[in-house]
Design a protein around this ligand. Structure first.
Ligand code: MN
Length: 203
């Protein structure tokens, strides 16, 4: 059965950019619910419990129709949040280095331009969802968004960086001011983790 991961830092580690209460509720209520509902849906399917959540999402078409929607929403929620937590850290921010820095410069011109385009995509996404930096089959980078808890894995992309833009991710501190949350989030991004995701996305 799937389990709620532990945060790699304390609830208050991302203050003042993301407040401790939001982090606690986000993990122990929202993420925990995705895990519980995914497990509940898979109760009668022991063979599916053996798979990774990434594999479930990559092959949604093969999931029994009766639970496909639940796996998509709650499996997606579990995957996306498990991916999201390590992409932040105390005293994060700055810019990536190494191969990811080079690839961002090749794709977007420079880091600042990438950052502006990602922020615009995140701010402009209508309703609940996520903003992503993804790599395609050829390793080419692009910015995209998904609605609800859909994952780039469902579209055959590999996520490098992701930002939760559901209101539950920022409403306590920022209310309707999503652009302020996005701006603040850059100060807690863990670029080492994003760099690791980029290395693992190469194939
Ligand atoms: Mn969330």
């Amino acid at each position: 059965m799937f389990e709620l991961p532990k945060l790699p830092y304390g609830y208050d580690a991302l203050e003042p950019y993301i407040d401790a209460r939001t982090m606690e509720i986000h993990l122990t209520k929202h993420h925990a619910t995705y895990v519980a509902k995914l497990n509940d849906a898979l109760k009668e399917y022991p063979e599916l419990q053996e798979k990774s959540v990434a594999d479930l999402l990559k092959s949604l078409d093969s999931i029994p129709e009766k639970i496909r929607g639940v796996v998509r929403n709650h499996g997606g929620g579990h995957y996306n949040h498990s991916f999201f937590w390590p992409l932040m850290k105390k005293d994060g921010g700055g810019e990536p280095d190494g191969d990811l820095k080079t690839a961002l410069a090749q794709t977007f011109g420079d880091f600042k331009t990438f950052q502006e385009k990602f922020s615009a995509a995140a701010a402009g996404h209508f309703g609940s969802g996520w903003a992503w930096l993804v790599a395609d089959d050829a390793g080419k980078l692009s910015i995209s968004t998904t609605s609800n808890q859909d994952s780039p894995l469902m579209q055959n992309f590999r996520p490098i960086l992701g930002l939760d833009v559901w209101e539950h991710a920022y409403y306590l501190k920022y209310q309707n001011r999503r652009p302020e949350y996005i701006e603040a989030w850059w100060s807690v991004v863990n670029w080492q983790e994003a760099g690791k995701n980029f290395q693992e996305a190469k194939w």
